[in-house]
Design a protein around this ligand. Structure first.
Ligand SMILES: [Zn+2]
Length: 310
Protein backbone atom coordinates (compact mmCIF):
# COMPACT_ATOMS: atom_id res chain seq x y z
CA UNK A 1 0.00 0.00 0.00
CA UNK A 2 1.24 3.47 -0.92
CA UNK A 3 -0.32 6.61 0.56
CA UNK A 4 0.33 10.22 -0.40
CA UNK A 5 -1.46 13.40 0.61
CA UNK A 6 -3.28 15.00 -2.34
CA UNK A 7 -1.70 18.36 -3.19
CA UNK A 8 -3.32 21.27 -1.37
CA UNK A 9 -4.36 19.15 1.63
CA UNK A 10 -4.90 19.17 4.57
CA UNK A 11 -7.31 22.12 4.24
CA UNK A 12 -8.11 23.02 7.83
CA UNK A 13 -9.43 19.76 9.25
CA UNK A 14 -10.21 18.27 5.82
CA UNK A 15 -7.94 15.66 4.31
CA UNK A 16 -7.62 13.85 0.97
CA UNK A 17 -5.16 11.01 0.54
CA UNK A 18 -4.30 9.04 -2.59
CA UNK A 19 -3.95 5.36 -1.74
CA UNK A 20 -2.40 3.04 -4.32
CA UNK A 21 -1.75 -0.69 -4.65
CA UNK A 22 -4.76 -1.69 -2.53
CA UNK A 23 -8.19 -3.20 -3.02
CA UNK A 24 -11.48 -1.73 -1.86
CA UNK A 25 -11.75 -4.01 1.18
CA UNK A 26 -8.40 -2.82 2.53
CA UNK A 27 -9.35 0.84 2.08
CA UNK A 28 -12.66 0.09 3.77
CA UNK A 29 -10.82 -1.45 6.74
CA UNK A 30 -8.91 1.82 7.03
CA UNK A 31 -12.16 3.78 6.80
CA UNK A 32 -13.67 1.77 9.63
CA UNK A 33 -10.50 2.10 11.72
CA UNK A 34 -10.66 5.91 11.38
CA UNK A 35 -14.33 6.01 12.42
CA UNK A 36 -14.20 3.59 15.32
CA UNK A 37 -10.65 2.78 16.48
CA UNK A 38 -8.71 6.06 16.63
CA UNK A 39 -8.75 7.12 20.31
CA UNK A 40 -9.62 10.71 21.16
CA UNK A 41 -10.70 12.75 24.16
CA UNK A 42 -14.33 13.65 24.89
CA UNK A 43 -16.29 14.75 27.94
CA UNK A 44 -17.77 11.61 29.43
CA UNK A 45 -19.06 12.58 32.86
CA UNK A 46 -20.62 15.79 34.20
CA UNK A 47 -21.49 16.65 37.79
CA UNK A 48 -23.96 19.53 37.97
CA UNK A 49 -24.34 21.80 40.99
CA UNK A 50 -28.00 22.00 41.89
CA UNK A 51 -29.63 24.59 44.14
CA UNK A 52 -29.82 28.30 44.80
CA UNK A 53 -26.90 30.75 44.91
CA UNK A 54 -26.87 34.22 46.33
CA UNK A 55 -24.72 36.83 44.64
CA UNK A 56 -22.79 38.28 47.58
CA UNK A 57 -22.27 41.72 46.04
CA UNK A 58 -25.86 42.44 45.14
CA UNK A 59 -27.79 39.88 47.12
CA UNK A 60 -29.43 38.63 43.95
CA UNK A 61 -30.72 35.07 43.94
CA UNK A 62 -29.67 32.69 41.14
CA UNK A 63 -31.22 29.28 40.59
CA UNK A 64 -29.74 26.23 38.86
CA UNK A 65 -32.40 26.04 36.19
CA UNK A 66 -32.07 26.77 32.52
CA UNK A 67 -33.66 26.17 29.14
CA UNK A 68 -32.11 22.74 28.56
CA UNK A 69 -32.29 19.57 30.68
CA UNK A 70 -28.97 18.41 32.22
CA UNK A 71 -28.88 15.37 29.91
CA UNK A 72 -28.97 17.59 26.84
CA UNK A 73 -26.20 19.83 28.22
CA UNK A 74 -24.11 16.74 29.01
CA UNK A 75 -24.59 15.52 25.45
CA UNK A 76 -23.63 18.90 24.00
CA UNK A 77 -20.50 18.95 26.18
CA UNK A 78 -19.62 15.46 24.92
CA UNK A 79 -19.66 16.70 21.34
CA UNK A 80 -17.21 19.59 21.97
CA UNK A 81 -13.86 18.68 20.36
CA UNK A 82 -11.28 18.25 23.14
CA UNK A 83 -7.69 18.70 21.92
CA UNK A 84 -6.08 15.27 21.85
CA UNK A 85 -2.34 15.13 21.52
CA UNK A 86 -1.40 11.60 20.41
CA UNK A 87 1.89 11.74 22.37
CA UNK A 88 0.17 12.86 25.53
CA UNK A 89 0.43 10.55 28.49
CA UNK A 90 -3.36 10.37 29.04
CA UNK A 91 -4.58 6.77 28.83
CA UNK A 92 -8.05 5.28 28.68
CA UNK A 93 -9.54 4.52 32.16
CA UNK A 94 -9.73 0.87 31.03
CA UNK A 95 -5.96 0.79 30.51
CA UNK A 96 -5.01 3.09 33.41
CA UNK A 97 -2.64 1.46 35.93
CA UNK A 98 -4.52 3.06 38.85
CA UNK A 99 -8.07 2.54 37.66
CA UNK A 100 -8.43 -0.50 35.41
CA UNK A 101 -9.30 -2.84 38.27
CA UNK A 102 -11.88 -0.49 39.83
CA UNK A 103 -15.61 -0.39 39.28
CA UNK A 104 -16.77 1.97 36.56
CA UNK A 105 -18.04 4.59 39.04
CA UNK A 106 -14.71 4.78 40.88
CA UNK A 107 -12.50 5.11 37.80
CA UNK A 108 -10.73 8.37 37.07
CA UNK A 109 -7.35 9.81 38.14
CA UNK A 110 -4.96 12.45 36.74
CA UNK A 111 -3.50 9.81 34.40
CA UNK A 112 -6.79 9.00 32.68
CA UNK A 113 -9.02 12.05 32.92
CA UNK A 114 -8.99 15.78 32.29
CA UNK A 115 -11.06 18.12 34.46
CA UNK A 116 -13.03 21.14 33.32
CA UNK A 117 -15.11 23.46 35.46
CA UNK A 118 -17.76 25.95 34.46
CA UNK A 119 -19.54 28.55 36.53
CA UNK A 120 -21.64 31.09 34.64
CA UNK A 121 -24.50 33.31 35.81
CA UNK A 122 -27.29 34.75 33.73
CA UNK A 123 -27.62 38.53 33.34
CA UNK A 124 -28.28 40.47 36.56
CA UNK A 125 -31.74 41.91 37.21
CA UNK A 126 -30.75 45.47 36.17
CA UNK A 127 -29.08 44.34 32.94
CA UNK A 128 -30.51 45.16 29.50
CA UNK A 129 -29.30 41.78 28.32
CA UNK A 130 -32.30 39.41 28.18
CA UNK A 131 -30.12 36.29 28.29
CA UNK A 132 -26.52 35.15 28.29
CA UNK A 133 -25.12 32.45 25.99
CA UNK A 134 -22.84 29.90 27.68
CA UNK A 135 -20.13 28.79 25.26
CA UNK A 136 -17.42 26.14 25.08
CA UNK A 137 -14.91 28.93 25.82
CA UNK A 138 -16.44 29.27 29.32
CA UNK A 139 -15.01 25.85 30.25
CA UNK A 140 -11.96 26.22 32.47
CA UNK A 141 -9.41 23.45 32.14
CA UNK A 142 -7.87 22.62 35.52
CA UNK A 143 -5.54 19.91 34.14
CA UNK A 144 -2.65 20.10 31.65
CA UNK A 145 -2.97 23.30 29.49
CA UNK A 146 -2.61 21.20 26.30
CA UNK A 147 -6.27 20.30 26.83
CA UNK A 148 -7.48 23.93 26.74
CA UNK A 149 -10.45 24.28 24.37
CA UNK A 150 -9.00 25.52 21.07
CA UNK A 151 -9.69 29.05 19.86
CA UNK A 152 -11.83 27.89 16.90
CA UNK A 153 -14.12 25.80 19.18
CA UNK A 154 -14.62 28.44 21.90
CA UNK A 155 -17.69 29.95 20.23
CA UNK A 156 -19.69 26.67 20.28
CA UNK A 157 -22.91 27.50 22.20
CA UNK A 158 -23.94 25.22 25.07
CA UNK A 159 -27.10 26.84 26.44
CA UNK A 160 -28.85 30.13 27.31
CA UNK A 161 -29.13 31.55 30.80
CA UNK A 162 -31.90 34.04 31.56
CA UNK A 163 -31.90 36.47 34.50
CA UNK A 164 -31.72 34.68 37.83
CA UNK A 165 -30.28 31.46 36.38
CA UNK A 166 -26.84 29.91 36.80
CA UNK A 167 -25.00 26.92 35.40
CA UNK A 168 -22.22 25.25 37.35
CA UNK A 169 -20.62 21.86 36.83
CA UNK A 170 -17.44 19.82 36.81
CA UNK A 171 -16.87 17.83 33.59
CA UNK A 172 -14.46 14.94 33.08
CA UNK A 173 -13.00 14.13 29.68
CA UNK A 174 -11.55 10.70 28.99
CA UNK A 175 -9.91 8.92 26.10
CA UNK A 176 -12.27 6.64 24.19
CA UNK A 177 -13.01 5.12 20.79
CA UNK A 178 -15.75 5.79 18.27
CA UNK A 179 -16.94 2.18 18.46
CA UNK A 180 -18.21 2.90 22.00
CA UNK A 181 -19.81 6.29 21.32
CA UNK A 182 -19.87 8.84 18.49
CA UNK A 183 -18.39 11.49 20.83
CA UNK A 184 -15.08 9.59 20.61
CA UNK A 185 -15.14 9.45 16.81
CA UNK A 186 -12.14 11.42 15.57
CA UNK A 187 -13.39 12.05 12.04
CA UNK A 188 -16.60 12.24 10.06
CA UNK A 189 -17.51 11.98 6.36
CA UNK A 190 -14.91 9.22 5.95
CA UNK A 191 -15.31 8.17 2.31
CA UNK A 192 -13.32 6.85 -0.60
CA UNK A 193 -13.81 6.61 -4.31
CA UNK A 194 -11.87 4.98 -7.14
CA UNK A 195 -9.23 7.24 -8.60
CA UNK A 196 -10.08 8.17 -12.16
CA UNK A 197 -8.33 9.71 -15.11
CA UNK A 198 -10.18 12.06 -17.45
CA UNK A 199 -9.85 11.56 -21.17
CA UNK A 200 -10.74 14.22 -23.73
CA UNK A 201 -12.27 12.06 -26.47
CA UNK A 202 -13.93 14.68 -28.64
CA UNK A 203 -12.24 18.09 -28.27
CA UNK A 204 -14.69 19.88 -30.61
CA UNK A 205 -17.81 18.62 -28.83
CA UNK A 206 -16.24 19.40 -25.44
CA UNK A 207 -16.35 23.11 -26.30
CA UNK A 208 -19.96 23.32 -25.06
CA UNK A 209 -18.51 22.33 -21.63
CA UNK A 210 -15.40 24.52 -21.79
CA UNK A 211 -17.48 27.54 -22.89
CA UNK A 212 -19.41 27.45 -19.60
CA UNK A 213 -16.56 29.39 -17.95
CA UNK A 214 -16.29 26.97 -15.03
CA UNK A 215 -13.32 27.02 -12.68
CA UNK A 216 -11.43 24.37 -10.72
CA UNK A 217 -11.46 24.65 -6.90
CA UNK A 218 -8.10 26.45 -7.04
CA UNK A 219 -9.40 28.95 -9.62
CA UNK A 220 -8.00 27.65 -12.93
CA UNK A 221 -10.37 27.84 -15.94
CA UNK A 222 -11.83 24.47 -16.93
CA UNK A 223 -10.75 24.14 -20.57
CA UNK A 224 -8.68 21.98 -22.91
CA UNK A 225 -5.45 23.24 -21.27
CA UNK A 226 -6.12 20.96 -18.28
CA UNK A 227 -5.43 18.02 -20.59
CA UNK A 228 -2.07 17.00 -21.97
CA UNK A 229 -2.12 14.37 -24.71
CA UNK A 230 -5.91 14.31 -24.18
CA UNK A 231 -5.44 12.99 -20.64
CA UNK A 232 -5.78 14.60 -17.23
CA UNK A 233 -4.65 12.59 -14.22
CA UNK A 234 -4.02 15.19 -11.48
CA UNK A 235 -6.17 13.98 -8.56
CA UNK A 236 -7.71 17.33 -7.53
CA UNK A 237 -8.30 18.45 -11.11
CA UNK A 238 -10.06 15.17 -12.00
CA UNK A 239 -12.32 15.55 -8.91
CA UNK A 240 -13.14 19.13 -10.00
CA UNK A 241 -13.86 17.90 -13.54
CA UNK A 242 -16.16 15.17 -12.22
CA UNK A 243 -18.15 17.78 -10.30
CA UNK A 244 -18.23 20.25 -13.20
CA UNK A 245 -19.46 17.56 -15.59
CA UNK A 246 -22.88 17.71 -13.90
CA UNK A 247 -23.38 20.91 -15.94
CA UNK A 248 -23.45 18.87 -19.15
CA UNK A 249 -24.99 15.74 -17.69
CA UNK A 250 -28.39 14.16 -18.09
CA UNK A 251 -31.25 16.63 -17.66
CA UNK A 252 -29.20 19.74 -18.44
CA UNK A 253 -30.21 19.81 -22.13
CA UNK A 254 -26.51 19.97 -23.01
CA UNK A 255 -25.78 16.24 -22.84
CA UNK A 256 -26.80 15.62 -26.49
CA UNK A 257 -24.34 18.17 -27.89
CA UNK A 258 -21.65 17.21 -25.40
CA UNK A 259 -21.97 13.58 -26.48
CA UNK A 260 -19.59 12.12 -23.86
CA UNK A 261 -16.76 14.24 -25.18
CA UNK A 262 -14.91 13.66 -21.90
CA UNK A 263 -14.90 10.24 -20.26
CA UNK A 264 -13.44 8.95 -16.99
CA UNK A 265 -11.37 5.79 -16.72
CA UNK A 266 -10.87 4.04 -13.38
CA UNK A 267 -7.29 3.40 -12.32
CA UNK A 268 -7.09 -0.09 -10.84
CA UNK A 269 -6.06 -0.42 -7.19
CA UNK A 270 -6.04 3.34 -6.66
CA UNK A 271 -8.45 5.28 -4.44
CA UNK A 272 -9.00 8.83 -3.27
CA UNK A 273 -9.68 8.74 0.45
CA UNK A 274 -11.29 11.71 2.23
CA UNK A 275 -12.37 12.64 5.73
CA UNK A 276 -12.69 15.59 8.07
CA UNK A 277 -11.62 15.55 11.70
CA UNK A 278 -13.62 17.36 14.37
CA UNK A 279 -10.51 19.33 15.33
CA UNK A 280 -9.51 17.13 18.29
CA UNK A 281 -6.65 15.60 16.32
CA UNK A 282 -4.66 16.77 13.30
CA UNK A 283 -5.83 15.04 10.08
CA UNK A 284 -2.39 13.46 9.50
CA UNK A 285 -2.35 12.07 13.04
CA UNK A 286 -5.76 10.42 12.55
CA UNK A 287 -4.50 8.56 9.48
CA UNK A 288 -1.25 7.44 11.12
CA UNK A 289 -3.01 6.22 14.27
CA UNK A 290 -5.57 4.30 12.17
CA UNK A 291 -2.73 2.55 10.30
CA UNK A 292 -1.07 1.67 13.63
CA UNK A 293 -4.40 0.36 15.01
CA UNK A 294 -4.83 -1.85 11.94
CA UNK A 295 -1.25 -3.09 12.19
CA UNK A 296 -1.65 -4.16 15.84
CA UNK A 297 -5.00 -5.75 15.12
CA UNK A 298 -3.62 -7.82 12.25
CA UNK A 299 -0.44 -8.80 14.06
CA UNK A 300 -2.62 -9.90 17.03
CA UNK A 301 -4.74 -11.89 14.60
CA UNK A 302 -1.57 -13.37 13.11
CA UNK A 303 -0.43 -14.56 16.56
CA UNK A 304 -3.87 -16.01 17.35
CA UNK A 305 -3.90 -17.91 14.07
CA UNK A 306 -0.37 -19.10 14.71
CA UNK A 307 -1.49 -20.51 18.04
CA UNK A 308 -4.67 -22.02 16.63
CA UNK A 309 -2.79 -23.95 13.98
CA UNK A 310 0.26 -24.91 16.03
ZN1 LIG B 1 -6.79 6.42 36.12
Amino acid sequence: MKASVVEGYPKGNKMKILIEDVDASQVNALRRAIMSDVPKMAIDKVMFTLGVNQDNNRGEIFESVNALPDEVIAHRLAMIPIPTCPDNSIVSPFECMNCKDMGEEDRGCPMCQVLYTLNVQGPSADSDEPFHVVRAGDLTNVSDPTFDISEEMKSIPITYLAQGQFLEFIAFATLGRGRDHAKWSAASAVTFQPRQEAELKKPKKASIFFNLDLKTSDGRPIDAKLFSNKKCSDVSTVLDLEKAMHQVGHGTGRDGDFDDAIVFNKIDGSFVFSYETDGSLAPEAVFNIAIEELKTRFSDLGEDLGRAFA
